[in-house]
Design a protein around this ligand. Structure first.
Ligand SMILES: *[C@@H]1O[C@H](CO)[C@@H](O)[C@H](O)[C@H]1NC(C)=O
Ligand SMILES: *[C@@H]1O[C@H](CO)[C@@H](O)[C@H](O)[C@H]1NC(C)=O
Ligand SMILES: *[C@@H]1O[C@H](CO)[C@@H](O)[C@H](O)[C@H]1NC(C)=O
Length: 179
């Protein structure tokens, strides 16, 4: 690729690095703060995290895979996972509040901060043409096999809260490993 004069080449490489990574700094300096904030809201909005397990297998292999991926793919994975969590909560907003007795302010703060994280991430890198299907399938199953099947009960929402916490903690570890 670098058959041009080396300065031109270096210049082009630097330019492309910049456009690829215009919020690398943002992630490094802010992701962790927002992450700590929404995890704390999630913790505080209800009682202890349930000891029950969701009838949907946690996508451990996806996380194992993403630890070895390129920086940009990691950012896309952060973006998509957070997007799916927001969708799960927002898409069921009206069924959300009836059964479960979470503190409303903590819940709203949780979602607002998560939104901020998402908005910052979503413009970080260019989106990929072929998004990760397994992640989407997993979240669809949470919606179907937990929320819908358990009639949006408090028990179902507590399982969602538990899975959400697990993801958000994993994402935090992933970002820690990126720098
Ligand atoms: C990005 O995150 C910062 C907090 O670090 C927040 O103040 C800002 O509103 C966010 N940007 C967007 C577009 O949400
Ligand atoms: C972030 O997720 C949203 C929703 O899936 C998508 O529209 C956007 O292109 C994604 N951004 C990146 C950088 O992957
Ligand atoms: C959910 O509700 C339907 C009827 O509305 C009922 O037949 C079913 O047993 C309920 N399922 C659970 C898990 O409570």
């Amino acid at each position: 690729m670098c058959t041009m004069q080396s300065w031109t080449c270096l210049f082009l490489i630097l330019c492309s690095m910049q456009s690829v990574c215009h919020c690398c700094d943002w992630i490094q300096h802010h992701f962790g703060h927002l992450s700590a904030e929404y995890l704390s809201q999630l913790e505080q909005m209800g009682g202890d995290i349930t000891k029950q397990n969701a009838p949907v297998l946690f996508p451990t292999s996806l996380y194992r895979h993403i630890y070895d991926a390129e920086f940009e793919d990691k950012v896309r994975f952060l973006n998509e996972t957070i997007y799916q969590i927001i969708k799960l909560f927002d898409g069921n907003r009206n069924r959300n509040r009836k059964s479960v007795t979470w503190d409303k302010k903590n819940l709203d703060d949780f979602l607002n901060i998560l939104d901020r994280q998402f908005e910052n991430l979503s413009s970080c890198v260019s989106p990929v043409v072929k998004p990760e299907k397994r992640l989407k399938r997993y979240f669809r199953n949470l919606n179907r096999k937990v929320l819908r099947k358990m009639n949006y009960s408090a028990e179902a929402w507590e399982l969602i809260r538990k899975e959400t916490k697990r993801h958000l903690q994993r994402l935090d570890i992933l970002v820690g490993q990126m720098y």
